[in-house]
Design a protein around this ligand. Structure first.
Ligand code: ATP
Ligand code: MG
Length: 477
């Protein structure tokens, strides 16, 4: 019998979960000092689902000042002290300890106008978003489950605590949190909660783009991204209106089975679960709606969509507050997603974007292919050969960068080159190694450098005077 079945069968039995020592210690320190203290929210949910919480939240009736008296001021730092939250770090384990609280009216569909500390755990649980996030427990006690969270965990359901419409009106972030938990946990959204999500979606526009970015990244990383993206596209478009033209944008041709939106969701879902690649998967065809033409046979074409898409994706990434490194990478991935590669191209690709980005681009290719019509999708595995070639080039000491070349600037000076000729010749040699498979051998490259230098000088001397920049002596001079 699973922990969950056991708890549902006998809810009053004390439960037991393995806890890291610092968490156990923090709970007992508060309890020994006479306070109530329990684990609450996501960590209980995750302990029951897979035993691996991402973070530890402790709820207590101690106020921040009382927490300082228990743990010592220097071991706590405020996360939102006025809201009752302090962070305690011990041996690599970080815990957020929050005073039980009641929230006042919500001023701006995001923040309560005020919070009141309370001694009552039940009141604290009532303010929490979803039933599966409103479970509390401390060692030796039964799980506190006031809203049927254990049953919803068992059934795989996201359901709000209380009236969903009211809860989403209070705090619009909960709209995207619902989608994030559904995607991550693979849970369905209970009918009344789902109806309220659609009805109250306008609140999403009130969220900051950075906040939306964080939540949508979580949705993209989840296992049910495709289902959530199809069922709740309208909510995602509230957050990212730039994506809306993708929905319903047809791809009438033998290569595709879905519209641009579903194809993009499927591509993102087939990318490895890394935030940057999932975003690139979602955005890779964002340029298609603007580039679509239909020919006389009824076939759709999207000429120029990678260039258009790279510009649109970059604008979107900028507005989401992504850092410059991510923006550059996503721009490159969208721009190059439609190129075709063979193993022979991998060295040139490495010289252009380096191994990590090259792997990302090939992974995106594979995901994109996998999201095409079945006869293309079956070929997606061919990308493994390209990834294998990148591994082989890396481990065999292949050369694709100047610092890997068997000659350097000092070698060039030793054969009489100076100034810009040094860099120009080294680059010439590098291209010879990458593109023409000249062996990366010191003596051979030195010979090639001399030959290149001599031919450059000869070409310079034998060029017509006008081209070389030498002045023709005029009869009038
Ligand atoms: P994650 O694994 O993503 O951290 P979590 O459930 O721990 O999931 P947190 O954002 O860490 O989520 O929040 C901790 C708990 O605080 C939640 O489980 C929930 O009980 C409560 N909570 C967080 N944000 C909200 C909100 N906007 N409205 C109501 N309750 C919230
Ligand atoms: Mg958490």
């Amino acid at each position: 019998m699973s922990d969950l079945d056991h708890l549902l069968a006998s809810p009053q039995t004390p439960a037991d979960f393995p806890l890291p020592q610092p968490v156990r210690h923090a709970l007992f320190s508060l309890q020994d000092a006479g306070f109530k203290a329990c684990l609450v929210g996501g960590c209980i949910r995750d302990l029951l689902l897979n035993g691996q919480p991402l973070d530890w939240d402790i709820a207590t009736d101690a106020t921040p000042d009382e927490m300082k008296a228990v743990f010592g001021q220097e071991r706590l730092h405020g996360s939102c002290e006025s809201l009752g939250s302090m962070i305690l770090s011990e041996d690599d384990t970080e815990m957020e300890i929050t005073t039980f609280r009641r929230e006042g009216d919500y001023a701006d569909a995001r923040h309560p106008s005020h919070v009141t500390f309370t001694k009552n755990l039940e009141e604290d649980l009532k303010r929490r978003d979803f039933t599966v996030n409103a479970l509390a427990w401390s060692p030796g006690a039964p799980v506190t489950d006031l809203f049927g969270g254990l049953q919803d965990l068992k059934n795989g359901l996201i359901r709000t605590v209380g009236d969903p419409a009211v809860r989403f009106e209070e705090d619009a972030l909960r709209l995207l949190r619902a989608l994030r938990f559904s995607s991550r946990l693979g849970f369905d959204i209970e009918k009344a909660t789902a109806d309220a999500l659609h009805a109250k979606k306008a609140g999403i526009a009130l969220l900051s783009r950075e906040r939306a970015f964080h939540e949508i990244t979580g949705i993209l990383l989840g296992k049910d991204l495709l289902k959530v993206g199809l069922d709740f596209a309208d909510l995602l478009f509230e957050a990212l209106p730039e994506l809306e033209p993708m929905k319903g944008c047809p791809q009438e041709c033998i290569y595709h089975s879905w519209d641009v939106w579903e194809h993009s969701l499927r591509t993102a879902a087939l990318c490895p679960p890394e935030p940057l690649l999932r975003w690139a998967g979602l955005l890779h065809d964002i340029g298609k709606p603007a580039c679509r033409t239909r020919d006389e046979n009824g076939t759709d074409h999207f000429y120029g969509h990678p260039v258009k898409g790279a510009a649109l994706a970059d604008k979107l990434c900028l507005s989401l507050g992504m850092n410059a490194e991510w923006r550059k990478e996503i721009h490159m991935l969208v721009l190059r997603h439609d190129e075709t590669f063979s193993p022979e191209d991998m060295l040139v690709l490495l010289s252009q974007i380096g191994p990590e980005s090259a792997r990302g681009l090939i992974r995106l290719h594979m995901a994109d292919q996998g999201a095409h019509a079945p006869f293309i999708a079956r070929q997606a595995d061919r990308g493994m050969e390209l990834l294998g070639e990148i591994d082989r080039l890396e481990s065999s000491g292949a050369c694709w960068r100047l610092d890997q070349l068997a000659v350097n600037g000092r070698d060039m000076q030793a054969i009489g080159l100076s100034g810009p000729a040094v860099g120009e010749t080294l680059n010439h040699l590098l291209q010879a190694v990458i593109r023409f498979h000249v062996p990366n051998d010191h003596d051979l490259l030195l010979q090639a450098a001399k030959a290149h230098f001599e031919s450059t000088v000869t070409a310079f001397i034998s060029k017509p005077a006008k081209e070389t920049g030498r002045k023709e002596s005029s009869p009038r001079d």
